[in-house]
Design a protein around this ligand. Structure first.
Ligand SMILES: Cc1cc2nc3c(=O)[nH]c(=O)nc-3n(C[C@H](O)[C@H](O)[C@H](O)COP(=O)(O)OP(=O)(O)OC[C@H]3O[C@@H](n4cnc5c(N)ncnc54)[C@H](O)[C@@H]3O)c2cc1C
Length: 379
């Protein structure tokens, strides 16, 4: 990247902001990341790390293509981060099982595109049990999606922080941050540590992206928090071999012996408490499907805030203010979407515009919908 593009400031050190900073720094840009808290925490730490666009049954074709594209980019992305950091994020693309418990109620399933390197195989009860014996009590059948999987998102976060630093990115904690722009373009950011000039500023503030100070109203993304609670069980090694969707919950095995059980989906504002009701719902769903899990110790519980958007699509790319870009609203798929988001946003910073792939994800769509709603209410 040529020096004339100037410095880049990324606000928000979740997986999205860090992946963008890493990508830009590898391309030669000078990048500063600011967060008001610890990097790689928030939703990026709280998530389950599932990389499963097909098992997630993403209905929107454009979003599904974006997610499938990011899944294809994951192995190389992880390799680059591992090379730069020396930390292995533990990527497993060994398949995701989608189990069902009533033969008459086979879940709707979006058939994977073989070209995406993902293939789905319908299994009968015996086939599922051969794969995951602990499902023996009630399972009726399932679909095994080869090529999907999971990553240890907490390790990926730590790896990205180290990788960013190794590539010259500065990551600073600041209790206040304020975007400064004139009528046309971004000038920089004001922080506790003073004013920092920047040619580009990227709002990667996750569920808090609508609250970033100093952003002109036309550039505020309508992002709202969607709470998710999870818990971890201590399971014997290889008890659960693959990430598995049950009825009302999913399980993700970690190499450190934790078995993650997720996740609730709640409209609860910015409340990040773990509640008795949330844990009850998760445990009930998991144990109804698989009573064999009932004897394991509960070792951890936590909650996080997904960045939700009105239409379920993220906001990615340039805004009406030159140099001010968005990378937020990834809702349930921000860990999966980190590699492709980083690449597309770095392209947009370099070119100063939005390529074809970014068009469906620009903020303009929300502003157009809002204007149409205003016209209808005044009619
Ligand atoms: C329970 C749960 C399970 C999930 N499971 C999965 C999954 O299996 N697969 C998947 O792909 N995704 C999953 N997700 C979604 C995924 O975690 C998110 O989409 C993703 O982490 C969003 O990343 P982010 O970097 O945009 O936001 P975050 O990780 O939330 O980071 C945003 C950062 O911005 C900072 N910030 C905010 N405002 C400011 C400000 N004004 N100034 C400075 N800093 C600011 C915050 O401190 C934070 O560090 C899950 C989420 C949850 C909660």
């Amino acid at each position: 990247m040529s020096a004339s593009h100037g410095d880049v400031v990324v606000i928000g050190a979740g997986l999205i902001g860090l992946a963008i900073a890493f990508e830009l720094a590898e391309r030669g840009a000078s990048v500063r990341v600011y967060d008001r808290g610890e990097p790689a925490r928030a939703a990026s730490w709280a998530g389950a790390g599932m990389l499963a666009p097909y098992s997630e049954s993403i209905g929107n074709a454009v979003l599904l293509e974006l997610c499938a594209g990011s899944l294809r980019e994951y192995p190389v992305f992880v390799e680059r981060v591992r090379d730069a950091s020396g930390i292995d994020p533990r990527l497993h693309l060994d398949g995701v099982l989608h189990a069902w418990f009533d033969e008459d109620r086979r879940e709707e399933f979006v058939a994977p595109d073989a070209a995406a390197g993902v293939a789905a195989e319908v299994l009968d009860r015996a086939g599922v049990i051969a794969l995951e014996p602990w499902l023996g009590a009630h399972v009726a059948g399932g679909v095994f999606v080869r090529g999907e999987g999971h990553v240890d998102n907490r390790r990926l976060g730590r790896a990205l922080v180290t990788a960013c630093k190794a590539r010259g990115v500065t990551i600073s904690q600041t209790s206040t941050i304020h975007i400064e722009c004139d009528a046309r373009r971004v000038r920089g950011v004001g922080t506790d540590l003073g004013f920092v000039a920047a040619a580009s500023a990227i709002n990667a503030c996750g569920a808090w992206a609508a609250q970033l100070s100093g952003v002109p109203s036309a550039c505020i993304p309508p992002v709202t928090p969607v709470k998710g609670q999870m818990l971890a069980l201590a399971a014997p090694a290889d008890f659960v071999r693959h990430a598995t969707w049950l009825s009302g919950a999913y399980l993700v095995p970690r190499e450190d012996g934790r078995l993650l059980v997720g996740a609730t989906v709640e409209a609860a504002g910015f409340d990040e408490r773990v509640t008795a009701g949330g844990l009850q719902r998760l445990l009930e769903a998991a144990l109804t499907s698989a009573p064999a899990l009932g004897s394991f110790a509960v070792t951890e519980s936590w909650a996080g805030l997904r960045p939700g958007t009105p239409d379920g699509l993220p906001f990615l790319g340039p805004t009406a203010i030159d140099g001010l870009l968005l990378a937020t609203g990834h809702y349930r798929n921000g860990i999966l979407l980190a590699p492709i988001t980083a690449r597309l946003i770095a392209d947009a910073v370099e070119s100063g515009g939005a390529g074809e792939l970014l068009q469906p994800f620009l903020l303009e769509r929300a502003n157009a919908e809002e204007a149409a709603a205003r016209r209808i209410s005044h009619a």
